[in-house]
Write a protein that binds this ligand. Structure first.
Ligand code: FDP
Length: 338
């Protein structure tokens, strides 16, 4: 079969009436920016891009040089095309307006420019996550409140993994599709159309070092997975934890599995670890479009009404039947309590 480039795929989506020209351009621009991030990431120590930037982001986390570089690449690429009303990033407290000298579009773009930062310096996969919303009608200077739309309203979501291969996974709400970067040609090429995540799995991802801080239903659920064949689940489970959300999610998108970043006593006050607008929502959209499920342990992620640009939530996502079991344990425990 003849390879299908990302551009060709976008043109076909436009012809099918699933996206408009502005959204198509937006995705092209983001993909181009991610190619530049891939180049910077691949250079490693030789590019002088490793290590701390010596600054902190809005979440109080130390920024790596590549966090800052990736953020700048995405901002710069998206400033002048006329497809955006504003963008927001993990690395900036407030949304970034489009400079006055450029035309404005009708879309809002949110991104985590370099997810999994703690893995950059040790040469383990990192990635970019993004989500696209429509700018509310009549809003000319979008502020944070205009981004606070539930995940169900996303027009597009995607991530790029900078791993042994650079891979883009994308959804417009009509299935989840994967493109692999052909480095010699310099273009993303469709590698999997309409990805399906198996409903059942025997592989889970969680940071086990937080176990003693988890809530009771999570302790119960993971305890049962660990008990294996002899336990109530009657089968052995395997565990993986890359600690880059993009890489852990990409494994699930490739062979199934489940990913958990639950609430625990250490992060309870913050509401969770992962950010709803540019981590949980786009990943939940991608996973649901591939036939999986995504909840907070209590509620469908995509239905949450966000209250802050950098709001955090617990994240349970992946193979549907397994997510249902974990979610059921939480809902049941809440019910028993009162
Ligand atoms: P990081 O802080 O390194 O950017 O976005 C948060 C995140 O990574 C996810 O990519 C990853 O899944 C998780 O945090 C890792 O958390 P732990 O440090 O608890 O392992």
């Amino acid at each position: 079969m003849k390879p299908v480039s990302l551009i060709q795929f976008l043109i076909e989506e436009r012809r099918a009436g699933r996206i408009n020209a502005e959204l198509s351009l937006l995705i092209e621009v983001v993909a181009r920016a991610c190619k530049r991030i891939a180049v910077a990431t691949n250079k490693g120590a030789l590019g002088g891009v490793l290590g701390e930037a010596g600054t902190g982001n809005i979440q109080g986390e130390a920024q790596k040089k590549l966090d800052v570089i990736s953020n700048e690449i995405l901002l710069e690429a998206n400033a002048w095309g006329g497809h955006l009303a504003a963008c927001a990033s993990e690395e900036m407290e407030d949304p970034q307006p489009i400079p006055d000298m450029y035309p404005k579009g009708n879309h809002l773009l949110m991104f985590d420019p370099l997810d999994g930062s703690s893995n950059i310096d040790v040469n383990i996969s990192v990635g970019t996550i993004f989500s696209v919303l429509r700018c509310p009608d009549g809003v000319v200077e979008p502020r944070a409140e205009h981004f606070l739309q539930p995940g169900t309203t996303q027009l597009a979501a995607g991530y790029v993994v900078y791993g042994p291969a650079t891979v883009l996974v994308l959804t417009f709400g009509h299935g989840t599709h994967e493109f692999t970067l052909d480095r010699e040609v310099g273009s993303f090429t469709l590698s999997r159309r309409d990805i399906r995540i198996p409903d059942e799995t025997a592989e889970f991802a969680i940071n086990m070092s937080n176990q003693r801080h988890w809530e009771a239903p999570m302790q119960r659920y993971i305890g049962e997975l660990l008990a294996g064949k002899e336990g109530p689940r009657g089968k052995d489970f395997n565990m993986r934890w890359v600690a880059s959300m993009v890489a852990d999610v990409h494994r699930i998108v490739t062979r199934g599995g489940v990913f958990y970043y639950p609430l625990d006593a250490k992060i309870k006050d913050k509401g969770g670890k992962l950010r709803i607008m540019y981590e949980a929502n786009p990943m939940a959209f991608i996973i649901e479009q591939a036939g999986g499920a995504a909840t907070t342990g209590r509620q469908r992620i995509l239905e949450l009404q966000p209250t802050g640009l950098h709001q955090r939530v617990p994240v349970f996502l992946g193979s549907k039947k397994e997510i249902e079991v974990a979610t059921h344990y939480h809902v049941e425990a809440d019910g028993a309590q009162g």
